[in-house]
Design a protein around this ligand. Structure first.
Ligand code: AMP
Length: 423
C-alpha cells in the first residue's frame, strides 16, 4: 500500500534557498538596530499555559475565541502554542521579578501560531519581531518604540510606509466610548455584517475593523474614540504627537484604529503599506498599562509592537534577491591517501575564515573541478596521490586558470597568504 507523500501542514511553509538569506539579513538588522537602542533579546517558550493567553489577550478576541492551537498534554495540562509574543514576555518578567528593577527594554523574535484561513500574507505559523518596554508611562517611550520600528524598516530600505496613530484612551474612557458606540449601532444591528452583529455584544470596538461595505457605511457617522478621551489620556496623546513631530516622523491620525487585543490603553499604532495588497499591516502596537496587573504582577505600564516577518520578506523580495555568499575554495581529491589530506586541508582553510567546501563525490578530478566552477568557487585545491607523497599541493585560481603550489602543512597554516588572496 502506498501512502500519500508527506507535506508541510496547511498554513506553514519551509524557508530555504535564496529566501533564507533575506531572513538572515532581517535578523541581523534587528539585532543591530535594537541592540543600538539597548534593547535586550528575550526568548520565551513556544508553548505556555492556555490560561496565560486567555487572561492576557482576552476571551472576547478572535485570537482566543477561535484561533488558538490548544491541546492537552500527557499530564492533562491545557497548553497553547503562543499566538503572539507579549503575554509570554510579561509572564517571564513577572516570574523572574524583573519588573521591580527599573525600566526594562526587551525584544524578541520567533514563530507564532494562529488558526486563521491561510492566504497571501496570512499563515498559521508565522514569525514576528517585537519589542516591549516596561516600567514607564512617559510618552517619550511611546515615541521611542515607534521611532525604532521605523528606523528598522528604513534600514531595510522598505519604501511607502505609513504610521497610523490613535489613542484608545484609559479603560474608563473606553467604557464610555463602548457604550456610546453600542447605543449608536444598536438601531442598525440588522444591517451589520454577521461578524459585527456578534461583536456588538461581545467586543464592539472590533466592529471598527470591519471591511464590510454596509458596516463601513454605518460607521461613517459613528462616534469616534478620540472624542471620549479623558484629560490624562488626551494629554498623553498630545505629547506623543509632539515627540513624533520633534523627530520629524510623519504620522496619520486614524480615529478608527483599534488593535485586535483587549489590553491596549492610550497609544495604538499601526505601520501599513500599499505594497502588500489586502494584508496592508506590516506591524502594530501600542501601550498596555494594565496587562502586567492582569497577569498577576504589580501594576507596571508598558508599550510595545510586533511586526510580521513574512510580510517584510515579501517587501524585500520586491527589491530583488540578495547576493549569494561566494565560495572561496573547493577542495577536490582522488586516489590513495588523499581522503585524510583533503579533510585536513579543508579544516585548516576554514580556520583562516574562508568559505570552504570539500568534494566527497569520489568522481573523477575533472568532474570535481567542473563542480568547483559551477559553484562559482574562487579557487580549487587539488589533492592527488602524488601530492600526498610530495606535500606540494596545486591551488588553481578558477577565474584565470593560474595555478600555484602550496606546501603542506606550512603553506596551509600561513593565514596571511590565504587571507591576502581571498579578502
Ligand atoms: P498582531 O499581533 O495581530 O497585532 O500582528 C502584528 C503583525 O504580525 C501584523 O501586522 C502582521 O504583519 C503579522 N501577522 C499577524 N498575523 C499573521 C498571520 N496569520 N500571518 C502572517 N503574519 C501575521
Amino acid at each position: 500500500m502506498t501512502s500519500a507523500p508527506l507535506q508541510a501542514i496547511r498554513g506553514t511553509r519551509d524557508i530555504w534557498g535564496t529566501e533564507i538569506r533575506l531572513w538572515q539579513y532581517l535578523e541581523q538588522h534587528a539585532r543591530d538596530i535594537l541592540g543600538r537602542a539597548n534593547y535586550q533579546e528575550i526568548r520565551t517558550p513556544l508553548f505556555e499555559a492556555t490560561e496565560l493567553f486567555q487572561r492576557g489577550i482576552g476571551e472576547g478576541t478572535d485570537i482566543v475565541s477561535k484561533e488558538m492551537y490548544t491541546f492537552t498534554d500527557r499530564g492533562e495540562r491545557s497548553l497553547t502554542l503562543r499566538p503572539e509574543g507579549t503575554a509570554g514576555v510579561v509572564r517571564s518578567l513577572i516570574e523572574h521579578k524583573r519588573l521591580s528593577q527599573g525600566v526594562q527594554r526587551c525584544w524578541y523574535q520567533g514563530a507564532m501560531f494562529r488558526y486563521e484561513r491561510p492566504q497571501a500574507g496570512r499563515q498559521r505559523q508565522f514569525h514576528q519581531l517585537g519589542v516591549e518596554v516596561f516600567g514607564s508611562e512617559d510618552p517619550r517611550v511611546d515615541v521611542e518604540v515607534m521611532a525604532v520600528a521605523l528606523e528598522f524598516l528604513q534600514a531595510l530600505g522598505i519604501p511607502n510606509l505609513t504610521l497610523e496613530l490613535n489613542s484608545v484612551g484609559d479603560p474608563a474612557d473606553r467604557q464610555r466610548y463602548k457604550a456610546a458606540l453600542v447605543e449608536y449601532l444598536t438601531p442598525y444591528a440588522a444591517d451589520l455584517d454577521p461578524d459585527s452583529q456578534v461583536r456588538l455584544t461581545k467586543n464592539p470596538l472590533r466592529i471598527l475593523d470591519s471591511k464590510d461595505p454596509a458596516t463601513q457605511a454605518i460607521l461613517r457617522t459613528a462616534p469616534l474614540l478620540p472624542q471620549y478621551l479623558g484629560k490624562a489620556a488626551q494629554q498623553h496623546f498630545e505629547q506623543v504627537q509632539e515627540g513624533l513631530q520633534a523627530l520629524g516622523l510623519a504620522y496619520e491620525l486614524n480615529p478608527r484604529l483599534v488593535r485586535g487585543l483587549d489590553y491596549y490603553t492610550r497609544t495604538a499604532f499601526e505601520i501599513t503599506t500599499q505594497d502588500l495588497g489586502a494584508q496592508s499591516a506590516v506591524g502594530g502596537g501600542g501601550r498596555y498599562d494594565h496587562l502586567v496587573e492582569e497577569l498577576g504582577g504589580t501594576a507596571t505600564p508598558a508599550v510595545g509592537w510586533a511586526m510580521g516577518l513574512e510580510r517584510l520578506v515579501v517587501l524585500l523580495q520586491k527589491q530583488g534577491e540578495p547576493p549569494a555568499p561566494e565560495l572561496d575554495i573547493y577542495v577536490v581529491s582522488q586516489g590513495a591517501g588523499t581522503a585524510t589530506l583533503s579533510l585536513q586541508i579543508s579544516q585548516m582553510l576554514r580556520g583562516h575564515g574562508l568559505r570552504v567546501e570539500m568534494d566527497v563525490s569520489q568522481s573523477s578530478l575533472g568532474k570535481q573541478i567542473k563542480r568547483a566552477d559551477k559553484l562559482g568557487s574562487k579557487a580549487c585545491v587539488i589533492v592527488g596521490e602524488t601530492e600526498v607523497t610530495t606535500g606540494q599541493i596545486p591551488v588553481k585560481w578558477l577565474a584565470t586558470g593560474v595555478q600555484e603550489i602550496v606546501t603542506f602543512p606550512n603553506g596551509f597554516r600561513d593565514a596571511t597568504f590565504w587571507q591576502k588572496n581571498f579578502r
